[in-house]
Every structure is written in structure tokens, then in C-alpha cells.
Ligand binder design. Sequence first.
Ligand SMILES: *[C@@H]1O[C@H](CO)[C@@H](O)[C@H](O)[C@H]1NC(C)=O
Ligand SMILES: *[C@@H]1O[C@H](CO)[C@@H](O)[C@H](O)[C@H]1NC(C)=O
Length: 506
Amino acid sequence: MRCSVVLAGLAWAAAATAARRAADGECPSYTDYSSVPHGPYSSGEYRVPSMRPPARCRTFRSATVEAVIQNVTSAMHDPDWKQLFANIFPNTLDTTVAWHDDSGRDPYTFLITGDITAQWIRDSTNQLLPYLPYAAQDTALARLVLGLVNMQAEELLGYTFGNAFQPPPRSGLAPSENGIALDLDVVPPFNNNTVFEAKFEIDSFASFFQIATAYWRATGDHAFVSAPAWVPAVTSILSSIRRLQEPTYTADGRLNKPLVEYSRLTDTATETQFGGGRGNPVRYTGMVRTLFRPSDDATIFPFLVPANAFLAVELGRLGAMLREIGVAPALAREAELLAAEIRRGVLEFGTAVHPRHGRVFVYEADGYGSSLVMDDANGPALLSLPYLGFVPAGDETYQNTRRLALSPDNPWHFSGPAITGVGSPHTGYMKVWPMAVAMRGLTSDSADEVAECLDMLKSSAAGLGLMHESVGVADPAIYTRSWFAWCNSLVAQFVVDAMARFPGII
Ligand SMILES: *[C@@H]1O[C@H](CO)[C@@H](O)[C@H](O)[C@H]1NC(C)=O
Ligand SMILES: *[C@@H]1O[C@H](CO)[C@@H](O)[C@H](O)[C@H]1NC(C)=O
């Protein structure tokens, strides 16, 4: 996810992309291309435009993915959804594979987030997840995903606490200026030629584990284990996680030395951290502290509950995979131990009793008894707990939490004539994130609710044929980010899931 205050960086990055594309030979900047509709248009009520870039300008081509588009759209009756799905499902492959080196034993893939020429750990994992079911039948697609696993390992080994990275120097792509380098005070220090943003977010760790284990489960291949960076990166992350469970104060009342700090001169509260960059004090709970949320906004209480839940699930999957493939048994044990401690911490310290909704998962906690009641549209979110695999959808505490998150009792839930759902402090008041609408559908077993989510998503495209970061509750033409690949991937995943569960729904 990007931060909207980094507008200077955004403009720089867009300009850099445009310059590179032009040098490659007349391919339009996709930031510009995605901001205006292109024909032909669908024959439905919304006249959905065709938003795929010209074939010669697509960044990765896959006959398998074209066949999936054919198969899925031919099972639909809604002409608008046929066109919309054909735009969004391949969007990551069409537009974001900035660099892919498949020349050696270990492939590498640098995947940009969309309108910023940098790779977010979380976004890049989610951008590729919808293609994994087809990777076993398509070696080139599998190597693209393996390349991302290897790339993320190299990035996190280089700087364990980054959320977004620059293209590797050997790609020949220029690093992007993010405009915030001058006023930062970050511990440990980082190199801005390799790190695009140094915000420490624990869901980056979980996303790094997730892409590896999901790739292995889909293909049976675990070649990343023998690439140079993966085992060292996992080792370094597990020992950092252990340190990040530590309380702020030692048992005899001294200040513990923090592992990470982030502070910055800014007029935006969510762009820096409390306590000169350490974050607010915490007690030991088993949970792991984080300085920033998946929105790249600062946490208020450092134990971000949905991110800890996600980390517990993915550490468990990591441990199980390592045991099954017979690699690094000590790492497998440590991953499973940490998973159990974090899970216990979430269940003991990550819930509270709400006057109207009963026992709910809270968004953030500190181990002293304080907690923050809200949900944010960015994943991992409380709404996504069953999607992540932390609880079954029928779990009572989850169902209470879901009711709260989807009601005015969530301070970041908005409703209007155009769209209703969860938004984020990241984009401000009265804006709903289509991604949260897709997550509501993915975690619902009601055909009516799923259909309602699909309808809102269809109208949220505002005639531009792609999903946006946030849209105004009264008017989807007031939106942020014309080119946001993660959202396109997640909504496409929801469409495939909805059609499998409710044939004929669109
Ligand atoms: C598309 O559908 C055909 C016919 O059902 C099937 O044989 C093929 O495997 C499908 N292709 C993909 C990529 O799902
Ligand atoms: C890195 O930071 C320096 C200042 O410390 C700045 O001059 C330079 O432009 C930055 N480079 C990038 C790629 O952001």
C-alpha cells in the first residue's frame, strides 16, 4: 500500500515509469492509460471499457491466464462483469512485472504495486495469489511466482524491517525517489537505493512466508529453499520476531533497547511514531509489536491484532512445510513455537467485551488493558480473519467482530448511495475501499450478501473498468489510485470464489 502523503514520490515514480516505457517504444504510461476509458465497451448498463494495455505493452503474457479469462467469462451472463473480469484478473501480469529474470537456476521477479515503481512485500504476494491455482500446469507462471519468493527473500535479508523495496541494481531499473528520505530517523538505518520505504509492518513477514508456502502447496516445488537468500532471511526474521515480543520495560523497570524505531518530521500523525519512534509502551503478551499497519499508517497500540493473527497462521504453515520437506528442523520448531505463543496472545489480550456486540477482537492492544475498537479496510483486517485461516467463519467472537466492523460502531465504516463498507484513516472520511467490500463477500455464506457486494464493486469502477483504492460513498467518480494492482487481484479472486460457490450469480 502506498501513502497518500508521499505525493511527491508518486509523481516522480509515475514520471520514471513513463520515461522508461517511452524508451521501450511507444507504450503509454499505464497511470495515464488507466485514468481514461478505452473502447470497445461492454453492452451492459455500465458500458465497461476495455482497459488492458495493447498486447505488445503487457509485462508478462500467459496462455493459461488467457484461458482462465475465457473459461470464467464464458460462464457469466452479465456483459459488464465479463469485461470487468477480463480487465482486472490479468492486471498484475499486464502492467506490474517490471523485471523478471528467468535465465538462471533461481528466477527473480520484481513486481511493482501499480502507480509507484516499488515492490511492496504485502502487495506483491497478494498480486500473485490468484494465479497460483494455475501454476502447476504452467511452468512459466510458476517461475514468475518462484521469482517473487526469491526476490522478497533477497530484499528482507538486505533490510529486515522494510515494507517496500527498490528494483535490484542488476535489473537496470532506476530507484524511485520517495521524497521522505531527508527528514527520517530510522533504526536500524537503511539504504534508500535498495529500500523504498522503511516502515516496519509485521504483516510483511507473514506475506513473505505466505507466498512461499502457498507456492509450494500449489506446485510441490520448494526450490526457493536452495536459493541463496531464503533460509538466511527466514532465520533473521524469526530471531527478530522473538525480540519484538519483548515488553517496553525490563522486569527491574529499565527501558528495553528497541529493535526498530521510526520517526519523522511531518504534520501527519499517522506518518511517525509515538515515543520518539519506539511506539507506545507494551507488556509481554506473546504478540509481536509493529510500528505500522498494512495501510502504512502508524499504529496507536503496537499489538496490531489482525496482523498478529495472520503472522500466527503463516508461522504455523511455515513450520509445517519445513517439517514436511525435511529442511531446517530448528527453524520449523521455532516457527511453530512462535505461532502458538502469538495465537495465545491474540486470544488472551486481543479481545474485549463491547457493550452492544459482546466479545469482539479489537484492532490494536498493548497488554495493559487498553484497546482500539475499529477495523481498517487494508488486509490483514479483522474482517479477513477466516479468510486468513485464523478462525472458522462461524466463530462467535469473529461473528460479533464482523457485525461491529460492518456497522456504524466501526468509526471507519461509511455508507452512501454509491457504496457502503469499510474505509481507512489512510484515505480519510466518507470513502469506502472496494477491497473491503470484496473481503466482506469472501467471508460471507449468504448469496444475497455476496450479490450485493458484487453489485457495489461493479458500480465502484465509475466507468473506468478497474478497481480503485477508495471511492466516495456518494460518487464513485471521486476515487483514489487509478492503477492499484492488489485490489484488482483481490476482487478477481472474489469473483472466481463467488462463481464457484454460487453458480450463475453474475
Ligand atoms: C478451461 O476449460 C476447459 C474446458 O472445461 C478445460 O479443459 C481447461 O483446463 C480450462 N483451462 C483453464 C486454464 O482453467
Ligand atoms: C536518498 O537519500 C538522499 C538524501 O539522504 C537523497 O539525496 C536521494 O535523492 C535519495 N535517493 C532516492 C532514490 O530516494
